[in-house]
Design a binder for this molecule. Structure first.
Ligand code: KG4
Ligand code: ZN
Length: 329
């Protein structure tokens, strides 16, 4: 089954062709990072207009690279939610238009489930699996006991981890998106600032706003006292506290759910090498498998949407032209 997939939930316009949920025949991504560097973050109205400019070219290139025509496509998939509503609308309307014109079945995919299924492109999900979803807009733990079955067991009560990385990077004068730059800087530093590790009592939930405020306050107070901040050490301290919270919660989940066979990391922050190393240590301790997607499939892309769409389709068939974009989970 060849699936043509669209992803436009934030600031990446992407179109892919995926065969049987596994084989990526093409994955075109037009990133808007260069535009938003000047603003220090995504401006939703600009993002949606940029998607409109890019989507036709992405679609044409995706078919060309896969060496097929729309006639060979069996199913059209699109991210419907969550995300920026103006951005989502572009992918959803494009998918619906193609579905209508070429009389192809259509299916809507949750963006988070797409991130999770990025893992299934080069590895195999083994059930029960614990998905650790860490992205710019989401941070959550989801248990899967079979394909297309998702049970969210914990989530952030305030900021998402990616957004926190970007905000802390900004106060360290790193360019948007600061997450990857902060990781690089942290490699040169040590955990010396003794920052808080949050939410010890909140079962599997997470919190990053206290850690973010602690970093902002530290930088402001130092400026007022005319003291020099060691940016690399602060980056390393921040990363340590943010990640320790996550690995502590993973251990808690593994202790309570002894049948878990695998941990999968998902979302843009899954590109972070330190996080991968720390979760790998936990997986080794509990003697379970740990998988994560290759960097290209960590951040937003349409291949992951095609991968998730396949298993949703196997489970419940297609949707219809009534699917709508929604900012909600
Ligand atoms: O999943 P994604 O592409 O978009 C959302 O769905 O939100 O994630 C983007 C986020 C950004 O906040 C970015 O800074 C963060 O992922 N990110 C990283 C790294 N690479 C991307 N954060 C920390 N370390 C990285 N290496
Ligand atoms: Zn994402």
């Amino acid at each position: 089954m060849k699936i043509l997939a669209f992803e436009t939930s934030c600031d990446e316009t992407s179109c892919a062709v995926v065969e049987d949920g596994k084989k990526v025949l093409s994955c075109i991504i037009a990133s808007q990072i260069d535009i938003f560097k000047n603003y220090g973050g995504v401006i939703p109205e600009i993002a949606s207009r940029e998607h409109i400019k890019q989507i036709t070219q992405c679609y044409e290139k995706a078919l060309e690279e896969a060496n097929i025509t729309i006639n060979n496509i069996d199913l059209i998939a699109t991210t419907t939610n969550p995300g920026l509503i103006g951005s989502l609308l572009v992918g959803v309307e494009c998918a619906k238009t193609l579905s209508y014109i070429y009389n192809k079945p259509i299916i809507g995919v949750n963006h988070i489930y797409g991130h999770i299924y990025a893992n299934n492109i080069e590895h195999d999900i083994k059930f029960p699996s614990l998905a650790v979803v860490l992205s710019g807009g989401h941070s959550e733990f989801t248990l899967m006991d079979k394909h297309n079955s998702y049970k969210k067991i914990g989530h952030t009560k305030d900021d998402a981890i990616g957004e926190t990385f970007d905000k802390v990077a900004r106060i360290l004068d790193l360019e948007y998106p600061g997450g990857p730059k902060l990781e690089k800087l942290a490699r040169k530093g040590k955990n010396t600032y003794n920052l808080p590790i949050a939410m010890h009592n909140e079962k599997y939930n997470l919190s990053f706003s206290g850690l973010k405020s602690a970093c902002i306050n530290l930088v402001h107070n130092s400026k007022q006292r005319n003291e020099e901040i060691n940016k690399a050490d602060l980056a390393a301290s921040f990363q340590y506290s943010a990640v320790k919270q996550i690995t502590d919660k993973i251990e808690m989940i593994l202790n309570d759910n002894k049948d878990i066979k695998q941990i999968m990391l998902a979302g843009g922050v899954a590109a972070n090498t330190y996080i991968r190393e720390q979760i790998q240590e936990v997986a080794n301790k509990y003697n379970i498998e740990f998988i994560y997607p290759k960097i290209l499939y960590c951040t937003d892309n349409a291949a992951m949407i095609g991968a998730a769409a396949y298993y949703k389709y196997q489970n419940q068939g297609p949707d219809n032209l009534n699917i709508v974009a929604s900012p909600n989970d």
